[in-house]
Structure formats: C-alpha cells, structure tokens
Design a binder for this molecule. Structure first.
Ligand SMILES: CC(C)(COP(=O)(O)OP(=O)(O)OC[C@H]1O[C@@H](n2cnc3c(N)ncnc32)[C@H](O)[C@@H]1OP(=O)(O)O)[C@@H](O)C(=O)NCCC(=O)NCCS
Length: 199
C-alpha cells in the first residue's frame, strides 16, 4: 500500500511553503541534479558516488521495486531535500529499515530534516518495520539531534570508521529505534478495546 498523506505542503519555520511527496520515477532527473549540486563534504558522507548516472539508475530501480521509499521536498519542481527509507524483503534483517537524510545547504535549519525524518519513521511503522536505524558521523550534530528527539538511541560506535575531507578519522554512530515497542503498545491498546479483551 502506498504511504498515506502524500503529497502535502509543509510550511517551514520561516514561512516558506514546500511540497513533500513520494519520489516518482519521472522525478529521477531532478533528484540527481540535487545530489550532483551537493558540496563535496556532503557527498563524502554518502556511501556511493551520487554524481554517476549509474547511481541514479540503481536508485530508481530500487524505488520501483519498493526497497527504497524516497520522500522529496521540492520548490517549483526543484528538489531541495530528500529522505529515504531503505529496507530489504528477505534475509535476517528484513524487519529492519534504515533512514537517510540530505537537506540542501541553503535549506538547512528550517525544520525540513526533522519533518522528513518524522515522515519516514511513520511510513516505516505503518509498513510494520520493527527496528529503524540511522548512521551518523560523530560531528553530524543536527542529524544526531533529529534522531534522538524521535526516540533513537546510540546502539553501536564504529571507532575511526570515517575519513572526512581533511583526512581526520571520525567515529560512526549507529542509532537505533526499536519501534516494535510502539507496535506492542498499540496492540495492547487494541486488545483493551476489543470485546472480551483486556480490562
Ligand atoms: C542532518 C540534516 C539532514 C539536518 O537537516 P535540517 O533541515 O537542517 O534539520 P532541522 O532544521 O530539522 O534541524 C533539526 C534540529 O537540529 C538542530 N540543528 C540543525 N543544524 C544544527 C547545527 N549545525 N548545530 C546544532 N544543531 C543543529 C536544529 O536546531 C533542530 O533542532 P530543534 O528542532 O530542536 O530546534 C542536514 O544538516 C544535512 O543534510 N546534513 C548532511 C547529511 C547528513 O548529515 N545526513 C544525516 C545522516 S542520515
């Protein structure tokens, strides 16, 4: 089932109105243009070279098969931020999703990152994903702040795992949110309201 509530318009802290939508295949070029325009320091934290056409093709193929659910924030057709939920349909970690966020430098500190992350956590729980993770480099203060406020906790630290642009080695934090707790609370509440169930 397609995530509910999209597209919608979001008013940022400064009053700017932004469209938030699930990425459509035909918007692939606009998303790629967004990634190509990112400064090198932002592209360095990404796992793949997002400037390549092959990256864009692989990304869109995963969107088509449903293993990536991508939210894009656009202004007059231009992508200004994206957030994605990555999932697998088989194997040991099929109950786990990963959230990744990128907001264009000119659009930061307006509440967009938090809005995208909140939307993706909601999508993940609606899909029945039980555990959500995010990978954050130790100095990505904004990302850490966003995920912490959403209930993520530091689950692992990979020491000196990332080399930044200046050559400095930094720790990579694996943040996790066990949303199955939310599910069991909701199930208990439903039981309470079912005839014959609970008190
Ligand atoms: C992380 C990122 C997505 C945040 O996006 P954003 O739109 O600027 O985030 P928001 O405006 O929603 O800010 C979220 C919170 O972090 C705080 N924050 C933002 N930038 C900050 C900074 N540089 N230092 C300290 N706090 C900061 C904000 O005050 C806000 O907190 P509040 O809601 O309690 O006031 C963006 O900085 C980015 O794309 N960074 C590069 C990629 C990255 O780090 N991705 C995360 C790994 S998944």
């Amino acid at each position: 089932m397609a995530p509910q509530g999209y597209p919608h318009t979001l008013a940022l802290r400064d009053g700017t109105k932004i469209q938030i939508a699930i990425l459509k295949q035909e918007e692939g070029k606009a998303l790629h243009a967004f990634y190509r325009a990112l400064p090198e320091e932002d592209r360095m934290v990404l796992k793949e070279d997002v400037r390549l056409a092959a990256w864009s093709e692989r990304f869109l193929a995963k969107v088509a098969e449903g293993s990536i659910i991508c939210l894009v924030a656009t202004v007059e057709g231009e992508v200004v931020a994206e957030g994605s939920l990555y999932r697998t349909f088989h194997g040991w970690t099929r109950h786990v999703g990963e959230v990744r966020l990128t907001v264009g430098p000119a659009w930061r500190r307006k509440g967009l990152g938090r809005a995208l992350a909140t939307g993706l956590v909601k999508i993940a729980t609606d899909l029945g994903i039980e555990k959500i993770i995010a990978r954050v480099v130790e100095n990505q203060v904004a990302a850490f702040h966003i995920f912490q406020r959403l209930g993520f906790m530091k689950e692992a630290v990979l020491h000196r795992h990332v080399t930044d642009l200046s050559g400095t080695k930094r720790d990579l934090l694996i943040l996790a949110n066990d949303v199955s707790q939310i599910w069991s609370t909701m199930e208990a509440m439903v039981m309470d309201f079912e005839p014959g169930g609970g008190a």
